[in-house]
Write a protein that binds this ligand. Structure first.
Ligand code: PLP
Length: 426
């Protein structure tokens, strides 16, 4: 394939009119496709339908502690759900608290509590002139939305193939006491699918923050969301690593079963040191008398244990893998060598991250929309929605059917080609 940059103006114009004709053909089909949000498909949701039959009116609804799950009580979560999520999050059962249906909600509450009441006795952030968070980019838009909502200044830290640029993280965290946190999606990151390397995790655990209330927000949303059985990423467990390095309180770890059972109807948890959990419980016991124990019981009885969950995730992978293959194979066939975009092939998670030529991402997303394809808005993967290069686009292949995804990828590729040609001709 000849790189577009090497084509003459005449060749580019000729190619443009050919691609425009193809684009008009697709447009005429009046399609309505969505590759914007990382939602499981209907087929994936169907995998967990057995959970609906686990609890019936005849079921014994007492958890192992002997508490009737229909009633109030058990603030931390029932023992069997704690065990299941502790194993999923690779932490001791005593270092976990089960929350409600959303880990994002737990992250929001964690920032909110730090704003109003501080972290383990330190000054509430709302009383400080400036509070800052480090944001590895590209990253998860809803993380950035939380910190933006609370008026926290966000600082971009570039991602590398091994995780965030740790030279920059170390330098900033150790020199600026206004930096109180960093958003991390350490495994199969959103959107690049990158897993932090051993060196990166070691460097995180060894950080020497200028702020005593600095915390790593370790959102391990995709910890067991592999695409392949024979090619899986491995992530060092951060809680233990921080403890070993004498920094036991430096990390909050979040996760949920949203993309294992039902998003919005799963269970979420936080894992942290004893001291952090004691601090968290102070608010929690005012906030609630306890979360949905019937849902916890349903999850624990359905999956039985972590092995049941791992087996279940293989079924998700069987549905997800062909979809990732469609996008990646099409990119390889249609875009490789053209010099108009780059992408990574993740081994898990929910996304593929695409980088166009600088200044093209917004136009590509707009072009795709003309043909009926909704993409995540360009810029969403950066704080304040501002991608300094206007180049990153997040692709979420999970929700459309295989047939829809083939069409969607075709539209996307055509949009990339057309916008890139326009840029080169400008
Ligand atoms: N964290 C990451 C990195 C995500 O990608 C998502 C959903 O896309 C969430 C958290 C949301 O999790 P929950 O449903 O538990 O709130």
């Amino acid at each position: 394939m000849t790189a577009y940059e090497e084509l003459s103006k005449e060749e580019l114009l000729e190619l443009k009119s050919k691609l425009e004709a193809e684009f008009e053909e697709v447009k005429a089909q009046n399609l309505n496709l969505d590759m914007s949000r990382g939602k499981p498909s209907t087929a994936q949701l169907n995998l967990s339908m057995g959970m609906m039959d686990v609890l019936t009116s005849d079921s014994d609804l007492k958890c192992t502690e002997g508490v009737d799950c229909r009633n109030y009580g058990v603030l931390d979560g029932i023992a069997e759900a704690k065990q299941l999520l502790a194993d999923m999050m690779e932490v001791p059962k005593d270092n976990i608290v089960i929350f409600g249906n959303s880990s994002l909600n737990v992250m929001f509450d964690t920032v909110a509590r730090s704003m109003t009441h501080g972290v383990m006795g330190s000054t509430p952030w709302c009383k400080l002139d400036k509070v800052k968070f480090l944001c590895p980019v590209p990253g998860y838009d809803r993380h950035f939305a939380i910190t933006e909502y609370f008026g926290i200044e966000m600082i971009n830290v570039p991602m590398t193939p091994e995780g965030p640029d740790m030279d920059m993280v170390e330098e900033l965290v150790s020199s600026d006491p206004a930096i109180k946190g960093i958003w991390c999606v350490p495994k199969y990151s959103n959107p690049q699918g990158i897993t932090y390397s051993d060196v990166t995790v070691h460097r995180f655990a060894k950080l020497k923050p200028a702020a005593e209330d600095f915390r790593i927000y370790w959102d391990n949303a995709y910890g067991i969301h592999h695409l392949y059985e024979d090619k899986q990423d491995y992530l060092i467990e951060i809680l233990m690593e921080c403890k070993k390095e004498g920094n036991p309180d430096m990390v909050y770890k979040f996760s949920s079963t949203s993309k294992i059972s039902f998003p919005g109807s799963g269970i979420a948890a936080i894992a942290a040191s004893d001291a952090n959990l004691a601090d968290i419980r102070k608010m929690m016991k005012i906030q609630t008398i306890g979360h949905d124990k019937l849902n916890q019981l349903r999850h624990a009885r359905y999956f039985k244990n972590i092995h049941g969950m791992v087996e279940h995730m293989k079924k998700h992978a069987d549905i997800m893998r062909p979809k990732f293959d469609i996008v990646l194979n099409t990119f390889e066939k249609e875009l490789a060598g053209l010099g108009i975009g780059s992408w990574l092939a993740p081994r898990g998670g929910y996304f593929i991250s695409f980088d166009s030529m600088d200044g093209c991402a917004k136009a590509i997303v707009a072009k795709a929309k003309e043909a009926g394809l909704i993409m995540t808005p360009a810029g969403a993967t950066f704080p304040y929605g501002k991608d300094p290069h206007d180049s990153n686009i997040r692709i979420a292949p999970s929700y459309p059917t295989v047939e829809e995804l083939k069409l969607a990828t075709e539209i996307f590729v055509l949009s990339v080609k057309l916008v890139s040609i326009e840029k080169l001709l400008a």
